[in-house]
Every structure is written in C-alpha cells, then in structure tokens.
Design a protein around this ligand. Structure first.
Ligand SMILES: NC(=O)c1ccc[n+]([C@@H]2O[C@H](COP(=O)([O-])OP(=O)(O)OC[C@H]3O[C@@H](n4cnc5c(N)ncnc54)[C@H](O)[C@@H]3O)[C@@H](O)[C@H]2O)c1
Ligand SMILES: [Zn+2]
Length: 478
C-alpha cells in the first residue's frame, strides 16, 4: 500500500535522480543550475550556437524534437544568458520548458513551435487584453495565419460549452494536424485548450503559455488536461502533453497578490514532498519571493518545474508516484468543495491541507513536530491559511474525502510525509489519527475562536467561483 517517492523515483530512468542535493533543487540558486544539473535538465551553456539556428537546422522535424535535440546536446543558447530550459521527458513526449523574459513575443521561437501555417490562440477576456497582441504579432511575423478564441474568465467556464467553443474555432479556422494551438492564460485556459488540442482531429500540437504562478509550476507541466462536468471537477479530460511550455516571468507582474500566493503554496509543496534543501531555500528567501524578486522567482519556478518534470517522467499517468504531487490536496479538495469552489482558491485550500497532512504525519510518529511548525510558519508568512475553515465539521471532511480520487475499493490513500522532503502515498495509517487530526482544529476553534479565525482565510467575496456543484463527486478528479 505504501509507495515511497524516493524508491519509486530511483527506479525511473530520469536524469534528476543523479542530482546530488535532494531531488529537485536545493540551496543556492543560479550556480546550482550550471553545476549540479545534468545537461538535459539544467541551464544551457552560454555562448553556444543559437537555439533558433538549431531549430531552423532541424528543418521539417517536429518542433519538439528540434528542441529536444538542442537541449539534449546542451549546444544551445537562446537569447542571452537570461534564458534557460528544462526538458520534460514524459513517456509519451519529450518537450522543453523555456524560461525567459519576452518569450511570448519571440518570433523565431513561436514560429518554430508551429509546424504548419495556422495557429489558434486560446485565451480569456482578462489575460487576452494584456498579452494576446504580442503573441499574435510574433506568430504573424513568423508568417503564420493566426486565429483567436477568447473565452470568458473563470473556473465556471471550464466547461464542455467552452470546450465546444474551442472546437468550433478549430473547425471554422480549418485547422489541420500541423496546426498549433497556443494556450495563453492560467490553469483554466491551459486545461481547456489542452483537452481541445488532445481531441481535435485526434490531437494537434499545443503550446502552454502560462500566465499564473500556479500554472507555471503546476498545471502547464505534466499533460493533465480537462474540463469540469456539472457534477465533477476535471471529470472529462485526457493526458496529453504540450509540445513546449514557455514561461515569461514578466507576465506574472499583473497577477494579483492572492493569486500569486496561491501559486506559492504549490511551490512550498515541492519542498515538502521532495526537497528539504529547497524548503530551506524558501524559508531563507520567502520575502524576496513574495516581492517577486526576479532571480528568486526564477529559481523557485525552475526548481518546482524540475521537480514536477521528474515526477511526471517517472509516472506520467499517475499509476503511483505522481500522486505525491497531491500532498494536502485530499484535505484541500474537501475544503474547496465544502466552501463552494472559488470561495477558497485552490492554493489556499492546499496550504491548509498540507498543514493537516503534516500534522497527521507527526501524530503518526513519522515527522518531527518542528517540521509541522516550520510548514505553518512558512505558509503563514505568505498569508496563506494554515487551518481549515472553522465551520467545517469532521462529517464534512469525511463525506468529501470518501469520494476522493485516491479512494480505491473503499480504501482512502493519503499523501503523508515521513521526513521533510520525503512523501509517500499510503493507506497504511491508523484511522483514529486521521479523525484526531481533523478534530484538533475544531477543538482549537472552540478553545480560542478569535485566534483560529485569524489563521483561517477570509474567503467570502472571492472573484472566482465555479459552476461545479458542492456535491462530493465535485472534487473527485484532479
Ligand atoms: N492540469 C493540471 O495538472 C492542473 C494542476 C493544477 C491546477 N489545475 C487547474 O488549474 C485551474 C486553476 O488555475 P489558476 O490558478 O491559474 O486559475 P485561473 O486560470 O482561473 O487564473 C486565476 C485568475 O488569474 C487571472 N490571470 C491569469 N493570468 C493573469 C495575469 N498574468 N495577470 C492578471 N490576471 C491573470 C485569470 O484570468 C483568473 O481570473 C483549475 O481549474 C485547476 O483544476 C490543473
Ligand atoms: Zn494543486
């Protein structure tokens, strides 16, 4: 029943396993990239030939293959030393994550990712006015015929209806198998556009252009695509990897602080599940990360993406170890569903859920108390909630958790920690400890309602809301 990440990971033929410090990153920042990273995952050699030349040299080859060739040889330097690449080596596809300022307007890069003559940009009515013009201009300057589909903003539009709109746009633009779909936005746009790309003419290339921190470090990488069904979040979807992920940190500047913090919760998750040294780096640099210091943000994004890439390489379709990416999510999904989707942001619910998972791990005797305290302290510095909603009774937790995707044959599996930087997927725990963990917060609330309320999130009035129902199945799929 138990699957330890480290052992499962070491069996996988992924380059990250050779890393000397943890699995994902570690202390220090840029030096790490060139010194400790294997060439296929690390920062690329400066002063080498331009990647554009390499991509051009690849001629008619598939764009992703051209990038792979460039990255794997290490003989690539994009537009100066500020640009870096990681390679995701998923079973179904190998593709690059490119970090760099102004990648969204890089004519050669965008053009190289579009094999045919036509490109469709899918975005929403909030992100589109901010960033769509530069992507469209670059593609047009690369000689592509560009079409645009602007969806309404919000999780409630992550629906079959929106998916239909994208399919309609593909049809009316007469896209073919060589056309490329560009997903410009956060996780909602990326998930919808990815699923549309997976299904239109049985699969066309798509490129993720993530514009939220959460999308950069989580949803844009790894190939999970989906729309919601009225009775279930992410219930209709496919595993379908992008051909590239382009990350322009400048595009995160317009993201509001609450959305940014929600992305930071997922970054902290990578430290907890796989890399103690990265967790320590975050403790030392959280203020800089929250002030969006470019080098700290770049490092945090890079290590997070590397961690996700390593896990996806080991287990693309979540047969086992990929589930560790859901640390805190079983508790978190229950909170989201209880509160009504969009009331708490996903990252906020995951923050409280990670504290609960750490607390439970500690009560099981697997994790030192000081790691729980450090986790609470780090998340609290980001103004993320570190306790579940005061009104959420144990019955609600059990009701929602009983339909979690990680319930198999009636047995609930949880992601728990057995050390800082080490997670396991397990059903092998004392159920009483789970109940006690949940009860703890109710007891704290009764003992000191004011303090408890301060630690919870003032979630009412959030701008994002979901059309997904609050029924238990609504949080079944991730
Ligand atoms: N596929 C996966 O593996 C995966 C992983 C995690 C989450 N998800 C999904 O991702 C979605 C959540 O993603 P999200 O947090 O990015 O939410 P989101 O896409 O709704 O974006 C959050 C808000 O920020 C706005 N926004 C986006 N970029 C902006 C920018 N640069 N400046 C200003 N505003 C901007 C959006 O329009 C939206 O209002 C959920 O649907 C979740 O299910 C998928
Ligand atoms: Zn998440």
């Amino acid at each position: 029943m138990t699957m330890a990440f480290a052992s499962a990971f070491s069996a996988a033929a992924v380059d990250t396993a050779r890393r000397p410090v943890g699995l994902c990153g570690g202390r220090g920042s840029d030096a790490l990239a060139s010194k400790a990273w294997p060439s296929s995952l690390g920062a690329v050699a400066a002063g080498a030939r331009s990647s554009h030349a390499l991509v051009r040299a690849a001629g008619r080859h598939h764009a992703a293959r051209a990038w792979k060739m460039a990255v794997d040889t290490g003989a690539v330097q994009t537009a100066g030393s500020e640009r870096e690449e990681l390679t995701v080596q998923a079973a179904s596809r190998t593709y690059p994550i490119v970090f760099g300022e102004n990648v969204l307007s890089d004519v050669t890069l965008l053009g190289s990712l579009c094999r045919g003559h036509k490109a469709l940009i899918v975005t929403n009515d909030k992100v589109g006015p901010l960033y769509m013009a530069r992507v469209r201009d670059a593609l047009e300057r690369a000689g592509k015929q560009v079409f645009v589909e602007v969806l309404p903003d919000g999780e409630q539009y992550k629906s079959v209806a929106s998916l239909g709109r994208v399919w309609d746009a593909c049809m009316s633009a007469q896209l073919d198998r060589k056309s490329t779909l560009f997903a410009l936005g956060g996780g909602v746009v990326g998930d919808i556009a990815g699923f549309a790309a997976a299904t239109f003419v049985r699969g066309i290339d798509f490129v993720q252009l993530p514009t939220t921190l959460l999308a950069v470090v989580d949803s844009a990488v790894g190939g999970k695509t989906a729309v919601n069904h009225p009775a279930g979040k992410n219930m209709i979807g496919a595993f379908y990897q992008p051909t590239a992920v382009l990350v322009d940190a400048l595009a995160l500047r317009t993201l509001d602080n609450r959305q940014y913090a929600a992305g930071v919760a997922e970054i902290v998750k990578y430290g907890l599940i796989a890399d103690a040294a990265f967790f320590e780096y975050l403790e030392a640099n959280m203020d800089a990360l929250m002030s969006r210091d470019p080098s700290v943000l770049r490092h945090a994004m890079r290590v997070s993406c590397q961690c996700k890439a390593g896990v996806v390489a080991a287990d693309e379709r979540e047969g086992g170890v990929r589930a560790i990416l859901n640390l805190g999510h079983t508790f978190g999904h229950a909170i989201e569903a209880h509160e009504g989707y969009g009331s708490w942001l996903h990252g906020e619910a995951v923050a409280a859920g990670m504290v609960m998972a750490a607390e439970m791990s500690c009560r099981l005797g697997w994790l030192p108390r000081e790691v729980v305290s450090r986790t609470e302290a780090l998340l609290a510095r980001v103004s993320l909630p570190i306790v579940p909603p005061p009104t959420m009774a144990i019955e609600s937790f059990m009701r929602y958790m009983s339909v979690d995707k990680k319930v198999e044959a009636g047995v609930l599996k949880l992601i728990l920690l057995d050390a800082l930087g080490s997670a396991k997927v397990t059903a092998d725990f004392d159920k009483e400890v789970l109940y006690d963990t949940i009860m703890l917060y109710q007891q704290r609330f009764k003992a000191n309602p004011g303090k408890y309320m301060d630690q919870s999130v003032a979630a009412a009035g959030s701008s994002t809301s979901s059309g997904t129902t609050g029924n238990p199945a609504a949080q079944a799929a991730r």
